[in-house]
Design a protein around this ligand. Structure first.
Ligand SMILES: Nc1ncnc2c1ncn2[C@@H]1O[C@H](COP(=O)(O)OP(=O)(O)OP(=O)(O)O)[C@@H](O)[C@H]1O
Ligand SMILES: [Mg+2]
Length: 240
């Protein structure tokens, strides 16, 4: 399975965000997406998820010898940086609802409590309204959605920043456990996390995607080199 982006162009009026971004993401790998604030990471995820239209280019999911133009939620699990959840439901009610509307897609269904056990939402909190959940708890609720439906492509927009160290470690372990079946892309500003967790690092800079050489990834000067790459190209841009 491969997710192929071909020359994606996205402008917001005169603001050019994605300028012919191309990249091929493969199953079994976790990709770290790095880029400066405003580089277009969230915009790219929104395009892949089908939330916004892009102006030009192609996004294709090659699966079992077939090429699908990805359309939204059936193929993509998306964990937003600011969780979007129905706050008037309890965590338990939300999962019940989520399972109900997705039941045709779910293989290997477990009980609601088992899912809540995986993401370690306390028994007391399960029947409280999501409105009162912390940011990290809401993020975990979003994350459990893709553990239930297991979409082929999983996008995580800066998801681990709100987790405490214990939960972050658990989520990292979980992502590593499931990665063989998925294409996982997550954006982050935490370089350490990117090197810890990711098989490949992709940089979004000046509207294009570039893979960082694995040699750089393993070198002790990794952090400095990444900062140079991001700084140089942006400085070049501001002078242009
Ligand atoms: N709906 C929109 N309308 C107009 N401009 C937008 C819209 N969404 C994003 N942009 C602009 O597109 C650019 C890329 O934004 P985006 O949110 O994708 O960046 P990002 O890489 O996710 O940044 P961050 O690291 O801060 O999350 C920014 O200049 C932003 O202002
Ligand atoms: Mg963003």
């Amino acid at each position: 399975m491969r997710l192929v982006l071909e020359d994606i162009v996205k402008n917001f009026d005169s603001k050019k965000v994605l300028r012919k971004s191309s990249f091929t993401f493969e199953k079994g790998k976790i990709y770290g997406l790095l880029g400066r604030n405003g580089a277009g990471k969230t915009t790219l995820f929104n395009c892949i998820n089908g939330d916004i239209d892009y102006d030009n280019g192609k996004i294709i999911l090659e699966e079992d010898g077939q090429e699908n133009k990805i359309i939204g939620t059936s193929k993509v699990g998306y964990v937003f940086s600011s969780p979007v959840l129905p706050e008037f439901l309890t965590g338990y009610e939300f999962l019940k609802f989520y399972i109900d509307i997705n039941k045709d897609k779910i293989k290997d269904l477990r009980t609601i409590d088992e899912y809540l056990d995986i993401i370690k939402i306390n028994k007391d909190d399960r029947h409280r309204l999501i409105k009162g959940y912390s940011h990290g708890m809401k993020n975990k609720m979003q994350m459990v959605c893709f553990l239930i439906t297991r979409p082929p492509v999983i996008l995580l927009d800066e998801p681990l920043t709100s987790f405490d160290v214990v939960v972050a470690l658990e989520i990292k372990t979980l992502l590593k456990e499931i990665k063989s079946e998925h294409i996982i892309i997550f954006s982050t500003h935490i370089l350490q996390l990117a090197t810890d967790l990711c098989d490949e690092i992709v940089v979004l800079n000046n509207g294009v995607l570039d893979k960082i050489d694995n040699e750089i990834l393993k070198s002790p000067e990794f952090e400095g080199k990444i900062i140079d790459i991001l700084r140089e190209e942006n400085d070049h841009e501001s002078l242009a």
